[in-house]
Ligand binder design. Structure first.
Ligand SMILES: [Zn+2]
Length: 323
């Protein structure tokens, strides 16, 4: 497979050496050629320091990672998860802490059991200008040819007075098209996003995490088909119809798995079976402390079963994607 990638979460700067080891040693040893680093607020943004988490990596740190990646022939892709995932429950990330006025639905009880993550308002006039400054800083520091905007699991939409009454698909498409306009239109880089919000839960057979049960899927008709769709699925299924679907809609698709060997093997089997020139490869996701993942991939014994499953998943995916 052409693209053999891994997605990791950046934390504070104590995690930097783990990401460096990933780029310099681990990814090359697994023959991976893409590393997506989910940065979010963990970067010292010069344009908007208030959008940075405490003890973040500096631009020079990112430049160091980029140099190491280039030396190993690895594409390093910075990511900022947009729209949704702006908090874990009632704990907002740096951007919404500094700019609570961006919160789409401050009236929701974020401490409630069923509450997941806050969203920002895609129609707030000050969000995009600020965000695009952050995108530009990350693109420059990482010397990146591609940028990942996240956009998974956006459940809070259409609450605020600006958005109320507008269909969710339109709100979601606006966000996608705004980011696309900046990244692809103005900066000429590739845009990547998670694909779940563009899949219809009713027809695809996936649950409401891996696909949309809140009508955002109709946005697929109005977003640019040059976006790379990172099509993540973690459950064990007989088929993964979205791999075919995204390609039929004209998108390049990059299937991604996580921690279940049977699911990973099947997803890669389906990806190979359904491959057109628009099928890019396989993307391993980790969703835990990058330091522990890198330790595990280096062969350090893992007592935690969940971590061991994630690490095995990365290895299996890398092996199968190489063929
Ligand atoms: Zn709004």
């Amino acid at each position: 497979m052409e693209r053999r990638g891994i997605h990791v979460m950046m934390g504070d700067r104590t995690k930097l050496s783990a990401v460096e080891r990933l780029v310099r040693e681990i990814a090359p040893s697994l023959d991976l050629n893409y590393v997506i680093v989910e940065v979010n607020g963990h970067f010292e943004y010069a344009s908007h320091p208030e959008a940075s988490e405490p003890k973040s990596m500096a631009a020079a740190d990112a430049q160091g990672l980029a140099e190491a990646a280039r030396a190993k022939g690895i594409e390093l892709v910075p990511m900022y998860n947009c729209l949704g995932h702006q908090s874990w429950r009632d704990k907002p990330a740096a951007l919404l802490r500094a700019h609570p006025e961006f919160n789409e639905a401050p009236e929701l009880d974020a401490t409630a059991e069923e509450f997941y993550c806050m969203s920002w308002c895609p129609n707030h006039p000050d969000v995009n200008p600020l965000l695009f400054d952050l995108f530009d800083e990350l693109l420059a520091a990482f010397g990146a040819k591609a940028f990942h905007v996240g956009l998974d699991e956006v459940f809070v939409l259409g609450h605020c007075p600006r958005c109320k009454g507008t269909p969710n698909a339109e709100l979601f498409a606006k966000a996608v098209n705004d980011y696309h306009g900046h990244l692809v239109g103005r900066r000429g880089v590739e845009m990547q996003m998670w694909g779940d919000r563009l899949l219809d839960a009713e027809t695809m057979g996936y649950g409401s995490w891996e696909s949309s049960a809140n009508d955002t899927h109709q946005a697929i008709e109005t977003v640019s088909s040059d976006i790379v769709m990172c099509d993540w699925h973690y459950e064990i299924m007989d088929d993964f119809p979205s791999v075919r679907f995204f390609q039929e809609k004209g998108f390049r698709v990059w299937p991604g798995g996580w921690n279940k060997p049977e699911s990973i093997a099947k997803l890669i089997e389906v990806a190979r079976r359904e491959a057109t020139p628009k099928m890019l490869g396989y993307l391993a996701t980790t969703w835990t402390d990058v330091e522990k993942v890198v330790d595990g991939l280096s062969g350090k014994p893992m007592e935690d079963e969940k971590l061991a499953a994630i690490v095995s998943g990365v290895k299996l995916g890398a092996e199968l994607a190489l063929g």
